[in-house]
Design a protein around this ligand. Sequence first.
Ligand code: UDP
Length: 429
Amino acid sequence: MVDFGEINLSKKSFINYKQFNENLYQKVISASSALKNKKIVHINSTENGGGVAELLISQVALERNLGLDSHWYVIHPPKEFFVITKKIHNLLQGEDSTLDDVEQNYYLEKSKKVGDELDYFLNKEKVDLVITHDPQPLLIGCCNLLPRVPKILRLHIDLTNPNQETLFFLKPFIEVFDKVIVSRDDFRFPWLKLDKVKTIMPAIDPLAAKNLQITDDEAWEILSRFGVRRKMPLISQISRFDKWKDPIGVIEAFKAAKEEIDNLQLVLLGLIESVDDPEAKAQVNSVLKAAKDIPDILIFYDENQLKGIANDNFVRALQTASDVILQKSLKEGFGLTVSEAMWKGKAVIGGNVGGIKMQIKNGEDGFLVDSIKETASKIVELINNKAFREIIGRRAQKTVASKFLMPRYLLDNLEVYNKVLKIKNENFN
Ligand code: UDP
């Protein structure tokens, strides 16, 4: 069995992104010129269901269009491997637990096996740069991979308060990388030298299907097929069902807000798609239980519930039709859903954590909350004041236009590629 596979991507043309910022467009073109035909290999653990996959779909396709020979490989280890890597993910996001010896050894052994296979495969061709995304393939991307090839570790998760024991276990492997990219300055591990770390904030693709503009009528045409009612105020959260996204906190806040706004409705959308998230099913069950006796909540967790509507079109309809969008995370590396909703001119209420704090300026282009009570009172305030939420939404859209669109993300990444390749060449010459 092959333990990894390459993802085929649809084509994207970077020229179409000139409309968003011509200056940035030119900078991306010039940053890509020294990277023409360089073979860049991205490795992650899932081709759909989450922000990393969402980013790679656009990033890799656009890198290719810019002349880089970029490829995206997904690892296919056994299910048990993902049970351990989900634990590592949770520990790095601050969970108080431990990774025992058996788990550590399994993670090491399996990573070595997949890494050997990938090595063997990639060794047949010349690879210029490897970029490993997140802890799942962390060891795969560093134990073996072509020792002389420059390597970047891209960590997308919230590293505000990582479990120190787990970090100590991973430290020697992290140190092998030439560069570590994180989403916030304060996610840097203190033992990593400043010049080894780069902060790059993620971004959304304004030309991805889910972010294209549609009218309210088009959005409602879709949602009304599912029992969402146009005459009732609508709030939503679009997120994998994961404890860090706090869907149960959202339900609690909804319940409290509904005491004041009788006809309020809530949609939770989190299709179970990621193979690397073994906890999702149990989370869905807890969410269904928490919502059981509360009226006007719709929960979508299985794509069969969407009656043939593509996920991206459903996300776009929901983000367009909602009056207020929540992302009440307790930990968040970035939270693409926040920028997606802001780009659609929505007032977003986000958890006052990690990457969300970079996207929302509290009270100006959205709101940051620390509790269920605060979330509920913000929902009530915004639902009762359409003019106010529209002002916030217009500012939110401007924020995303200036800071959180794909061309800026590409530029930041291309600059790191150039730097890492330059340093590596100098060292070897
Ligand atoms: N998403 C989706 N369908 C869903 C739930 C989420 O398409 O049912 C998308 C969402 O629109 C966003 C991504 O998955 O593009 C989630 O990225 P984010 O950074 O918000 O969170 P992550 O899942 O990476 O923690």
